[in-house]
Write a protein that binds this ligand. Sequence first.
Ligand code: UGA
Length: 441
Amino acid sequence: MAVIASNCPQHRVVVVDINEARIAAWQSDQLPIYEPGLEELVRRVRNKNLFFSTEISRNIAEADIIFVSVNTPTKTFGQGAGRAADLQYWETTARQILENSDSPKVVVEKSTLPVRTAEAMERILRSNGNGHHFEVVSNPEFLAEGTAIRDMQQPDRVLIGGRETPSGQRAVQAIVDIYSQWVPNERIITTNLWSAELSKLVANAFLAQRISSINAISALCEKTEADVTEVAHAIGMDSRIGAKFLRAGVGFGGSCFKKDILNLVYLCEHYGLQEVAAYWEQVVRMNEYQQARFVSNMISSMFNTVAGKRVAIFGAAFKANTSDTRESPALDVCRALLEEHADVVMTDPHALDMARADLGDLAQQVTFEPDPHQAAKGAHALAILTEWPDFAQLDYQALYKSMVKPAFIFDGRNILQHQKLHAIGFNVYAIGKPPLTNFAK
Ligand code: UGA
């Protein structure tokens, strides 16, 4: 919304939320999330044409267009538990819109939703017969955390789906008019509602599939002495495959990939497409395998036990340049190491607060240390779990000195200079590469 406000000074953008603390944070100097460029952008437009408020009813009444971005977590109960999307917040919001509207409105699905949700929303919005017309449009979000502002400012494409009726097409045009203030027309594509809803799930499924594919190959590389970085480079130069999203690692995290794939799997099962469901589910299973493999590799390399050993986890965020730890592989590795009775210390430049909250009761067993040098002191092993560029710049000679010997590094993101570390004296285990050890043969 900050990007929309900055590109459309003629529009008044109001962000509303029931969470008062969150809204207060958006109005303060301490924004509730870390995202490069966001603070500067919010400062520029806040209180000019971007406002934050908890007055939901009044702002619904005053709006012509409502973007609904409430969360749609995976259901934890009842039918479809563990797979289907929990739509209770979406439905509550639709009812709230209905209750507070005395003029026609365009309602935009921004949250990622199961296919054909728009139909249910239309039914709710048209249920009171107050004569006001609501048009539901799907405008899925494709930005990635850490590059959110750039992705919004220069998107590969903007997708807008709507009904093929005249009023549906007018609603689509209203959203096209917003984006066309800064996005070239050829990058704005319009489709029917169901294609837009489905494309969002499929885009994330394809992206995650590439990661699971290269991670599957990384396991084979470790057995054959091939190097997964070299393999990724070699296949990525085929323009049909392309070079992006082929970084092998400890597995994908984040709030979207797993949730959206499981949602796709549920949808396939719902339509009786068991084989299609099993195909996509395997992308998630491979991701779980990759994380489990990483932990068992740590344990077996460290003489089959990490109990009582200090292990420093470098990185808590699910990727670099974000404070977000949702579904972060770092936290899963942390949980697994705690189960093995390791003494875990975690460091991260921006995500320690969120990691502490996400770990819940387990957080008491973890030491949170913002300084990586302090975290490494007295550790048997370092595990790199987020690709923060800062971690590649550290003085590893000094870290090595302060650690227990033999000292281990498990580079779960392949961001370090492994030969150099090996020369310092570390035993280096990377993803999809032969280990570099200093043990006597
Ligand atoms: C993802 C998609 O990239 C966005 O297009 C989409 O809009 C978003 O989900 C969403 O649905 O909201 P995001 O989860 O923010 O964005 O971050 P990604 O850059 O996709 O990274 C996801 C995970 O995959 C991270 O843990 C990252 O480290 C991992 N990854 C990514 C790899 O392990 N290897 C790669 O080559 C790329």
